[in-house]
Design a protein around this ligand. Structure first.
Ligand code: GDP
Ligand code: IMO
Ligand code: MG
Length: 424
C-alpha cells in the first residue's frame, strides 16, 4: 500500500515516463506489466535525457526495485543494449527482476512483423517493427518461448528447433522471405540467456510481498488506451492491454491491491502510426505543434501526427480505466498557438451527436468533431510551479477540460524536466 497505476489516455507518448519518474521518487517498486520495446519513455533530469524502452523508469532511482511482469514481451538483444547503455552512464541495474513467464521476442517475430506489414500494402498498421504482434500471437497460440526457457539452454535449444522450423516455413513459403539458421539463433540467444539469468524472479510474488509489507508500488503503463487491443481503434492498435485492468493480469496481482489510477494526457493529441484521428490537424498549426513539442517518436523517430485535445477519447479513457485523476503534460507547447480548440463531442453521419467514443472504425468513419474555442496564451509557463501562477487562459482551459472529461486534473506538465510539473 499504496499501489498506483499510470496509464496513457490517448495514443501513447503522453509523457508517462516523466510522470512515472516523478512519482517513482516516492515509490519502492516500479512494475512494467505489458507491451515491449515498442514503448519509448523519456525522462529528463537536469539536461540528462534517458530514453527507456523496456526497463522501468524507476531504474534511475538507486533503491527502487524494478520489475518486468509476465505480460511483457521482451527482446533480449535490445534489452541488453538498454542495460549496457544505462550501466555506461553509471546507473545500476542490480535492482531489476524479470518474471520467468514473460515471453521472448525472437528474431522471427521481428521479421514477420515487417513481412506482414508489407503484405498489408496500403492497409499496414504502421507498427514499430519490433515484433510485438507476432510475439503476442505465439503467446496466445501457445507456442511462445518464455524467459524461463531463454535462461535454460537445453529447453531453449529444443524450443528454437520446434518453433523455429514452423516460423521458417511461414517466412519462406507464405511470405517468400529468408529463413533463419536455427543453430546460430540458438547460439546467439543462449548467450543472451546466460547474461539475463540473474534477473529472473517471480514478479507476482515480489509485488504481492512488497504490498503486504507496506511498500509503495507504481505500475508503469506503456502504450495507451486508444492502442488497447479491445478498447482502442482496432485494428490500428497494439497487441496487448495497456488499460489499468491489464496491469493486474500482466503482473499477477488482484485488482484490490490498486489504490490509485492516474491517466496521462497531452494538452493536445498526437498519434504515431496509422489509423483514425478525428481531431488531426493537417495544416500549419499541426506542424507548429509538432515542431514546438518535438513530436517525433522516441522509439522509431517517426514524425507524430498532431491535433487538438479530444475530450471524447479522454472521456472514454476515464471510463475504461476507472481513472482517479489526470496528469496533463505539455501545456507549455500550446503557448503562442493562437486560439485553442477542444473537441467536446462528435457529429455522426446521420446528424446525431455522441459524447462516447464509437466502438468500431466503421462507426467512427464520417464522424466530425464538434469544437469549443478558447483564447490562447502567450506567456512562457515553463517556470510556473503552482496552478495559481498559470495565466488565466491556461487555468480556464484546464478547468473546462476537467469538466468535459469528468475527471480531476492533479498534475500539469510545463516542460520536459522532472521538476517542470505543477501538482495540485
Ligand atoms: P511516454 O511514451 O508517454 O513516456 O512519452 P514519450 O517520452 O514518448 O514522449 C513525451 C515527450 O514529451 C518526451 O520527449 C518528454 O520529454 C516530453 N515531455 C513530457 N512532459 C512534457 C511537458 O510537460 N512539456 C514539454 N515541453 N515536454 C514534455
Ligand atoms: P509509449 O509507451 C506510441 C503504436 C505504433 C502502431 C501501433 C502498433 O511510448 O506510449 P506495435 O509495434 O505495438 O505493434 O504497433 O501502436 N505504438 C505506440 N505509439 N507510443 C507507444 O508507446 C507505442 N507503442 C506502440 O506506432 O501505431
Ligand atoms: Mg513514448
Amino acid at each position: 500500500m499504496p499501489a498506483n497505476i499510470v496509464v496513457g489516455t490517448q495514443w501513447g507518448d503522453e509523457g508517462k515516463g516523466k510522470i512515472i519518474d516523478i512519482i517513482s521518487s516516492r515509490a519502492d517498486v516500479v512494475v512494467r506489466s505489458q507491451g515491449g520495446n515498442n514503448a519509448g519513455h523519456t525522462v529528463v533530469n537536469n539536461g540528462e535525457v534517458y530514453k527507456l524502452h523496456l526497463i522501468p523508469s524507476g531504474i534511475l532511482y538507486e533503491n527502487t526495485l524494478c520489475l518486468i511482469g509476465a505480460g511483457v514481451v521482451l527482446d533480449p538483444k535490445d534489452f541488453i543494449s538498454e542495460l549496457d547503455s544505462l550501466e555506461t552512464r553509471g546507473i545500476s541495474t542490480a535492482n531489476l527482476r524479470i518474471d520467468p513467464r514473460a515471453h521472448v521476442v525472437m528474431p522471427w517475430h521481428i521479421r514477420l512483423d515487417g513481412l506482414s506489414e508489407k503484405f498489408r500494402g496500403g492497409k499496414d498498421i504502421g507498427t514499430t517493427g519490433r515484433g510485438i504482434g507476432p510475439a503476442y500471437m505465439d503467446k496466445y497460440e501457445r507456442c511462445g518461448i518464455r524467459m524461463y526457457d531463454l535462461v535454460h539452454a537445453d529447453v531453449l535449444a529444443e524450443k528454437i528447433q520446434s518453433t523455429g522450423k514452423l516460423k521458417n516455413k511461414i517466412i519462406t513459403e507464405v511470405y517468400g522471405g529468408e529463413a533463419f539458421d536455427l543453430d546460430s539463433v540458438t547460439a546467439e540467444y543462449t548467450k543472451y540467456g546466460e547474461r539475463l539469468a540473474k534477473y529472473i524472479d517471480d514478479v507476482s510474488v515480489l509485488t504481492f510481498n512488497a504490498d503486504k509489507s507496506g511498500k509503495t508500488i507504481m505500475f508503469e503503463g506503456a502504450q495507451a488506451t486508444l492502442l488497447d487491443i479491445d478498447f482502442g481503434t482496432y485494428p490500428y492498435v497494439t497487441s496487448s492491454h495497456p488499460l489499468s485492468a491489464g496491469v493486474c493480469i500482466g503482473t499477477g496481482v488482484g485488482p484490490r491491491m490498486i489504490t490509485n489510477i492516474i491517466g496521462v494526457a497531452k494538452a493536445y493529441t498526437t498519434r504515431v502510426g496509422k489509423g483514425p484521428f478525428p481531431t488531426e490537424l493537417d495544416d500549419e498549426i499541426g506542424e507548429e505543434i509538432r515542431n514546438k513539442g518535438g513530436e517525433f517518436g522516441t522509439t522509431t523517430g517517426r514524425p507524430r501526427r498532431t491535433g487538438w485535445f479530444d475530450a471524447v477519447i479522454v472521456r472514454h479513457s476515464v471510463r475504461v480505466n476507472g481513472l482517479d485523476s489526470l496528469a496533463i503534460n505539455k501545456l507549455d507547447t500550446l503557448a503562442n498557438i493562437g486560439t485553442l480548440k477542444i473537441c467536446t463531442a462528435y457529429r455522426m453521419p446521420d446528424g446525431s451527436i455522441t459524447e462516447n467514443f464509437p466502438p468500431t472504425l466503421e462507426e467512427l468513419e464520417g464522424c466530425t468533431p464538434i469544437y469549443e474555442e478558447f483564447d490562447g496564451f502567450t506567456e512562457d509557463i515553463s517556470q510556473c510551479r503552482s496552478f495559481d501562477e498559470l495565466p488565466e487562459n491556461c487555468r480556464k482551459y484546464i478547468a473546462r477540460l476537467e469538466e468535459l472529461v469528468g475527471c480531476h486534473v492533479s498534475m500539469v506538465g510545463v516542460g520536459a524536466d522532472r521538476t517542470q510539473i505543477i501538482e495540485r
